[in-house]
Ligand binder design. Structure first.
Ligand code: NDP
Length: 511
């Protein structure tokens, strides 16, 4: 195959590339500050190679200062003692400010991550919606009451904020993922320290600017920029932190569980996935093929929800594969700044090599490349693009069928019976999401019940709503984000038992 068969969007208008890099600093106790040792790191646009961000590189001193500020802010009640109405008012103000700055935030998200600008704009819009939804939860925070414990007893279950939350986010959806965590933590009354990935620090800093403009009290949200070591690691071990909310790789997630265990912090994890879409012979093939192409190329496959393996009934497997290949050629890959682009650049050269090594290994293990299978050159842009890739003849023992490639690489597996389809779908250490395509409601329902995944899509893929919880089973995570469950993660339960009158029988006779 030559890349002429693909739909490529060459570099076009460079006028939105920044003349000067964005300057990103830590936000600690309401003040923007540099690192004590003057350390900085830089981020170049993966698509254009232009310096887009120069950021302070945090160390132990900045992390400890941020944790101390968050602890103080929580303990003195400057945020947690506010009523839900006041917290909600502030979250709504932040949502309005995000809308106001949508273009600026989306541009920086595109420049740092390589994702298409039209997608980035939609993500920022979605993030504002999450702040609004969390505001509604802040006004409907309640526990339980027990009025049937006997006439002399009233029981109450209070919901209280967990306390200081460490929020650690990855590079694939920087603004959206921080917005799946922070407004829910704030709605609950927590204070926070946030660390974005060192590849994508800028938009979290922009969010910090908006939080201050909205009037959030100093110290309630602190941002420390830098690497997993030492910043992230200290955020997961420090005794003043009550909880860690992390999105990223399963390997780092497991290490966080271990490091947080010394102080028994609450841990919430959104990790990887090896998400199957199962296509039965009676499926609406047109819709399934479009959803498969969307599922694998969205965000260049750098997505925990990537539909990276399809499991297709053998009667329609060849037809589905051929149609997926044909549609893959029509997906516009290229300049992320062009509004027509649907797939942009790969985040880093190291990640590009990792994707490629999975493809090479799959071929060595006996799989067949049907489309793509290597890096992609787009005129006028950096060598950081990967071809839309479809690999058939994949069997469940191959690494490409089990591990998270995190790139635009689709594996095709086949089945003959329903039980085989379920066994293949569940044959992974992950359990984030799964999809089923069939016109038979009984097939869909049985699949939904038997598949082990936190989200199941039937005859659709990757829809998402603020109201619906999201998270993984097995090695895909712990806990849930979004919906009421997303708020519950940041709440602690306190039981109160109130005796009515002097009715308690003495334990020791005092006669
Ligand atoms: P990581 O899991 O390594 O990083 C995610 C975040 O955790 C970053 O902010 C990182 O900091 C931080 N971090 C790293 N080490 C530690 C630590 N010991 N303690 C606390 N925080 C830490 O993801 P990567 O960005 O390196 O990507 C690696 C792979 O992870 C990808 O190829 C992909 O397979 C997977 N991934 C999965 C995601 C998902 O949504 N499920 C999201 C992103 C990645 P920093 O990187 O700045 O050092």
């Amino acid at each position: 195959m030559t890349t002429h068969d693909l739909t490529l969007i060459a570099a076009s208008d460079r006028s939105s590339l920044p003349a000067e890099p964005f300057s990103a600093r830590h936000l600690i106790d309401g003040n923007w500050c540099d690192s004590a040792d003057g350390g900085v790191f830089e981020r170049h646009s993966p698509a254009h190679g232009v310096l887009v961000t120069r950021a302070s590189s945090g160390g132990v001193a900045e992390t400890e200062a941020a944790i101390k500020a968050a602890r103080r802010a929580f303990d003195d009640g400057r945020w947690s003692s506010l009523g839900g109405k006041d917290r909600a008012t502030l979250l709504l103000r932040v949502a309005d400010l995000i809308d106001r700055e949508r273009g600026r935030i989306a541009l920086m998200e595109t420049l740092e991550s390589g994702k298409p600008i039209s997608q980035a704009k939609a993500e920022i819009e979605g993030a504002a919606d999450l702040w609004r939804y969390a505001a509604s939860l802040a006004r409907s925070l309640y526990g339980d009451s027990h009025n049937a414990l006997g006439s002399d007893m009233l029981g109450m279950v209070l919901k209280e904020p967990v306390g200081v939350a460490s929020i650690i986010t990855p590079w694939n959806f920087p603004f959206l993922i921080v917005s799946q965590k922070l407004p829910f933590a704030l709605a609950a009354g927590c204070t926070a320290i946030v660390k974005p990935s060192e590849l994508t620090p800028a938009t979290t800093v922009m969010l910090g600017e908006l939080l201050l403009e909205a009037g959030l009290p100093a110290g309630v949200v602190n941002i420390v920029l830098g690497h997993g070591q030492p910043v992230g690691a200290l955020m997961t071990t420090h005794a003043d932190v009550d909880m860690v909310s992390f999105t990223g790789s399963t390997a780092v997630g497991k290490s966080i569980v271990a490091s947080a265990s010394a102080t028994l912090k609450k841990v919430s994890l959104e990790l990887g996935g090896k998400n199957p879409q199962v296509v039965f012979a009676d499926a609406d093939i047109d819709s399934a093929v479009d959803a498969i192409v969307f599922g694998i190329y969205f965000n260049a496959g750098e997505c925990c929800n990537s539909g990276s393996r399809i499991i297709v009934h053998s009667d329609v497997a060849e037809e589905v594969t051929e149609r997926v290949i044909a549609l893959s050629r029509k997906v516009p890959f290229g300049d992320p700044l062009n509004p027509d682009t649907q797939v942009g650049a790969i985040v880093s050269p190291e990640h590009q090599s990792k994707i490629d090594s999975y493809v090479t290994t799959a071929v060595a293990e006996g799989a067949t490349i049907r489309l793509g299978g290597g890096p992609l050159t787009v005129a006028g842009l950096q060598d950081q693009f990967y071809q839309p890739t479809v690999i058939s003849g994949v069997t469940s023992g191959m690494a490409i069928a089990r591990e998270e490639v995190f790139g635009p690489v689709l594996s095709v597996l086949q089945f003959d019976t329903f039980d085989e389809a379920i066994a293949l779908a569940n044959d992974a250490a992950y359990g984030l999401s799964a999809g089923v395509w069939s016109e038979n409601v009984h097939t869909c329902l049985e699949f939904t019940r038997r598949v082990r995944a936190g989200t199941v899509w039937t005859n659709t893929w990757m829809d998402g709503f603020a109201e619906l919880p999201f998270g993984g089973m097995k090695e895909s995570g712990l806990g849930r984000e979004l919906g009421r469950y997303g708020l519950e993660e940041y709440l602690e339960v306190k039981t109160v038992q109130m005796r009515i009158g002097r009715t308690r029988a003495p334990w020791v006779s005092n006669r």
